[in-house]
Design a protein around this ligand. Structure first.
Ligand SMILES: Nc1ncnc2c1ncn2[C@@H]1O[C@H](COP(=O)(O)OP(=O)(O)OP(=O)(O)O)[C@@H](O)[C@H]1O
Ligand SMILES: [Mg+2]
Length: 287
């Protein structure tokens, strides 16, 4: 496996004013392999967002290092040594970001929001960027919204626009800070279906989430407490899990409701079991 992103002994302190400071990251060591689907859980204020911003180079740390394989797996670049301009370009071209509050440009259409950073990167001709934008909207099921202003879309649809925008430059990694946080459970499931597809296509995904159901669908769950990574769990890819319902039972259900529905049902059962296991794990750590 190839390491895509790693942090070594990250420490960060916020200075609230001249007298008060608070250390929020303590020697955080983390490695994400190319192709992984990782989530970070932990209580509010434990430093999850701070960690995510440090990992994507949006925020500087006091000490420690973040390394990223910017296209060539053998050579990791150290983010904090990059000049500001190069860091910005690396973020634009190699990283995608999806947040709970979707920072879309209100005066632009859905399509223009999606393609803007494709134009900015200048890596591909505009015609190609437009075609990719349309394909992404198509794939995320919001093609008919292309010409609408973003004020005319629902929360779940906007989150899809955010994901399309994050994918326009074909990033190596997609970072999400509670990308399903503002959504109801159905919309949240749909976004997770989409992120799972994106991951299956080869994009590494790193999410912060409070939702055990979301975490249960990722490959590896990290637990943060008081600025430290204290534990991790590997629920494993849902598709590979064969335990649970007997084959006979699945066969009966397939006959009745069709293969697709039986598969969804089985996946639900698996996610449900993983969710329960994660809840127990979180309780063990007092979360
Ligand atoms: N700009 C800032 N200045 C000072 N303190 C900050 C700043 N940003 C965050 N903090 C503090 O750092 C700590 C970690 O914040 P962070 O946003 O990383 O937590 P979190 O785990 O993402 O929480 P949540 O789940 O509520 O989003 C908190 O105590 C927060 O108050
Ligand atoms: Mg946060």
């Amino acid at each position: 496996m190839n390491t895509l992103l790693e942090s070594v002994n990250l420490n960060k302190t916020y200075r609230v004013d001249a007298r008060n400071e608070q250390q929020v990251l303590f020697d955080v060591n983390l490695r994400v392999e190319a192709g992984e689907f990782v989530s970070v859980m932990g209580p509010s204020g434990s430093g999850k967002s701070t960690l995510l911003y440090a990992l994507c180079g949006m925020d500087r740390v006091d000490s420690g290092s973040v390394r990223f394989a910017g296209g060539t797996p053998e050579s990791l670049v150290t983010l904090e040594t990059l000049p500001e301009k190069e860091l910005a370009r690396l973020r634009l071209e190699r990283m995608g970001f999806v947040f709970q509050e979707i920072h879309l440009l209100r005066n632009l259409t859905v399509m223009d929001n999606v393609i803007l950073s494709g134009y900015l990167s200048g890596r591909r001709p505009r015609g190609e960027v437009n075609a990719r934008g349309r394909a992404l909207l198509e794939r995320t099921g919001i093609a008919e919204l292309a010409g609408r202003r973003i004020t005319q879309a629902s929360g779940g649809q906007l989150q899809r626009v955010g994901i399309c925008r994050a994918l326009i430059n074909e990033p190596d990694i997609l970072f999400g800070d509670e990308p399903t946080g503002a959504l109801n459970s159905r919309a949240s499931e749909e976004i997770m279906d989409l992120l799972t597809e994106v991951n299956c296509d080869g994009t590494t995904v790193l999410l912060v989430t409070h939702d055990v159901r979301v975490a249960a669908r990722t490959h590896r769950v990290l637990l943060m407490k008081d600025g430290r990574l204290v534990s991790e769990q590997r629920p494993g890819p849902v598709e590979d899990d064969d335990e649970g319902e007997g084959e006979a039972e699945i066969g009966r259900r397939e006959a009745v409701v069709g293969r697709r529905e039986a598969e969804i049902g089985r996946r639900e059962a698996v996610v449900g079991r993983r969710e329960a296991a994660l809840m127990e794990w979180l309780r063990d750590y007092g979360v």
